[in-house]
Design a protein around this ligand. Structure first.
Ligand SMILES: [Zn+2]
Length: 420
């Protein structure tokens, strides 16, 4: 773990059950790595041994152990050491998220980890010696968590728009949306006479645009991402050119900032054009969702009703309207459908589950209809054929759901009824 100023260290935590203990360690005859667990599989022979008396009181940093200690004494000493390190890791993750937040980036790991309060309630910390520290850490994390959650609500539409544009990047012919971003950059490079230099416009196509988009899809603020990329690009160019060429570098900086601004306006324009929330039913593997975003969709932040079948998982959730862009995939056709726009606020998690259930019933898969989560007690019938494989507006493909079936399921759901 990189050291972050103000982070909790072992010097801040008490010795706990280590106080006053005698710790025996072993090593092979010529070995320099010591083991305090006599049954450690890495301890090949007990060629030498030593005993270390611990202080009667002190901090965990004051443990008297060999410099190269491989494992702790088994039992409560090892358990306490693990608890100490868990607390340190937790605090470290909070501080690193604060740092990211100061750099205008959302720490999705902290968001995905979920409510700090729940961590406290999970009762994983039975040590009274650590409980005061845990409370402080949880309090700090809670403040940050709530702040990040608000930011996520604001940023998610732009994050999704960025993921969608990034998914238009193809090895040969980029799709329109991606190509439009490349064109914007090329025009600006031309205007600043940078393309003449030959490299930047190509680099943008091959490298920078996708980095820029992915960082935003994962919660970075566009302005900040542009600034960071500009800095590193200029640093890189300076290292390549022998003369300082300050005039060129200042043109480069201007071009980069212009490009970043123009890209940002595009993304924000997309998010604006699709403002508000909608209810969508979609395949869990929506192409274009980055791994991080997918994890977010599996977390509490976007509560989803779920229907798992042996082949696939369908979800129903209230999502930012811009998510609609990701539901049409050029290779796979529709991978989801927006089922309600104006009345999205009618849909809580239960109603989303009812809709999935009714869709399954409307397509004749009533057996599956009973497997919709959240109702965790229901078993998923492995053999049931699930026919909600594809959506096609107008004409359903074989095995797909038809507009009539969709309408029937939706109507029943609005009225709070169960089909079938
Ligand atoms: Zn060991």
């Amino acid at each position: 773990m990189p050291i972050i100023e103000g982070s909790l260290t072992t010097a801040d935590l008490p010795l706990g059950p280590w106080a006053g203990e005698q710790v025996t360690v072993w090593a092979s005859k010529t070995g320099t790595t010591w083991h305090a667990n006599p049954d450690c599989p890495k301890l090949v022979s007990k060629g030498k041994t030593a005993a270390h008396s611990q202080l009667a009181a002190g901090t965990f940093a004051q443990r008297v152990v060999p410099a190269q200690l491989h494992c702790n004494p088994p039992g409560r000493l090892a358990a306490y050491a693990a608890a100490v390190h868990e607390l340190i890791r937790y605090d470290h993750a909070t501080r690193s998220a604060v740092q990211k937040s100061d750099a205008d980036a959302l720490d999705l790991d902290v968001l995905i980890a979920g409510s700090p309060q729940r961590h406290l309630e999970s009762g994983r910390q039975p040590y009274a010696e650590l409980s005061a520290r845990w409370s402080t850490c949880i309090k700090e994390r809670s403040l940050l968590f709530n702040e990040l959650r608000e930011q996520l609500t604001d940023r998610l539409p732009v994050m999704l728009a960025a993921a969608w544009v990034a998914s238009g990047r193809t090895p040969r012919q980029h799709q329109e949306r991606y190509a439009a971003f490349v064109d914007i950059a090329r025009d600006i490079c031309d205007r600043q006479e940078i393309a003449a230099n030959g490299s930047l416009s190509g680099l943008i196509n091959h490298r920078y645009l996708s980095i820029w988009l992915n960082r935003i899809a994962e919660g970075g603020h566009p302005r900040r991402v542009t600034r960071d990329l500009t800095e590193s690009e200029i640093k890189h160019t300076r290292s390549l050119t022998r003369d300082d060429a300050s005039e060129f570098h200042s043109r480069l900086e201007t071009a980069w900032n212009e490009i970043g601004d123009a890209w940002q306006h595009r993304l924000e324009g997309m998010a604006l054009a699709h403002s508000g929330d909608v209810v969508a039913v979609f395949d869990n593997h929506v192409p274009g969702l980055t791994w991080e975003l997918r994890r977010l969709f599996d977390s509490d932040h976007i509560p989803c009703a779920m229907l798992r079948t042996p082949e696939t998982t369908w979800k129903c959730a209230v999502v930012p309207a811009v998510f609609r862009l990701l539901l049409n995939h050029h290779d796979r056709g529709a991978v989801g459908v927006v089922v309600a726009e104006e009345r999205a606020y009618h849909f809580d998690l239960d109603r989303c589950a009812l809709l999935l259930r009714n869709l399954a019933a409307a397509t004749g898969s009533l057996g599956l209809a009973e497997s919709v989560r959240p109702q965790p007690s229901l078993e998923i019938p492995r053999s049931a054929p699930w026919r909600l494989r594809a959506f096609d507006s107008g004409h359903a493909r074989p095995g797909g759901i038809t507009p009539d079936q969709l309408a029937a399921a939706l109507m029943a759901t609005y009225q709070g009824e169960r089909l079938g």
